[in-house]
Design a protein. Structure first.
Length: 297
């Protein structure tokens, strides 16, 4: 079955201080999303769709896309205002993208069949892509979806607060998601979120979702409803996949089968994360998880 990996790479990366998606962190200058793509291809994904800012398309095509096009089909989409409905007026002072739901919709014309989403600035580990590929191959209707949750303690940054969708899972299916901000370590290394202390064993969403392409029409309607509800002064509001999924669950539009990954996530949220990520990747190459070159024949 044809399966598509949608790489969400259009974020501004304001906390990192630049385009973190194209920061070189591997021992041979690899960028973080190359590992997700490598693992996805190994797991059986046959198409890669990059969602980018316009100014990043040429660079990503030259540094990544052209190097994998002999192994998988590659497509590109741009997240910009051209896909915003004409009836909505974007505030002049708004610079922030409209979030991950809008990002996926920007690739609507190049997504077909079952697809998974991942963040470009996250390392997910090999098992997540094997799990997700299997989930996608078993989605029969648009009402069925999949998600690979992670253990919260495996997804923390030592350098500042993070936002995670804390998941309640019942009988293997997602019941609801609580978007939780400023999850961080306190002075005693306890994990604290905006609602209080967390055990670290909670299951959380890391934006690795699986859907059928038919659901894109429902996502479009959801995004347009989001735009209608935005207050003019709320220039940073984003339409996010975990919140959309939560609302679809409440409306009984979808069911989401969950199979967790045992892997440790890491990523670049802050500048200070970069050194730790570089060391993690050096070790993964050294222990044989990855070959010396991701593009070796």
């Amino acid at each position: 079955m044809e399966t598509t990996l949608v790489v969400l790479a259009a974020g501004l990366g304001s906390r990192f201080g630049g385009n973190k998606q194209i920061s070189h962190v591997g021992p041979h200058g690899e960028i973080l999303m190359e590992y997700s793509i490598y693992d996805a291809i190994e797991a059986g994904f046959s198409r890669i769709v990059f969602i980018l800012k316009e100014e990043m398309v040429d660079l990503v095509q030259k540094t990544v896309g052209d190097r994998i096009r002999d192994r998988v089909e590659v497509a590109y989409a741009v997240q910009d205002s051209s896909t915003i409905p004409a009836w909505y007026s974007i505030p002049a002072e708004r610079t922030k993208p409209f979030g991950t739901v809008h990002a996926v919709l920007c690739a609507k014309d190049v997504i077909r069949g079952p697809f998974a989403t991942v963040n470009a600035d996250d390392y997910y580990g090999k098992e997540a892509f094997r799990i997700m590929h299997d989930l996608l191959c078993n989605l029969q209707t648009k009402e069925q979806a999949g998600m690979v949750p992670y253990i919260l303690g495996n997804t923390m940054s030592e350098n500042g607060g993070v936002t995670r969708g804390v998941c309640a899972i019942k009988d293997g299916y997602l019941d609801h998601v609580v978007e939780t901000h400023e999850i961080h370590y306190d002075e005693s290394h306890k994990i604290i979120g905006e609602f209080g202390e967390l055990s670290g064993k909670e299951m959380v969403s890391m934006n690795i979702w699986g859907f059928r392409a038919e659901l894109l029409e429902d996502m479009q309607t959801y995004f347009e409803d989001f735009l209608r509800a935005i207050r003019p002064e709320d220039i940073k509001a984003e339409c996010l996949l975990p919140i959309m999924v939560n609302e679809f669950l409440e409306q009984e539009k979808i069911s989401v089968l969950c199979k967790s990954s045992p892997d440790r996530w890491f990523g670049i949220t802050y500048k200070a994360d970069k050194e730790a990520v570089e060391e993690e990747l050096r070790q993964l190459h050294a222990n044989g998880t990855y070959p010396d070159s991701l593009y070796a024949n």
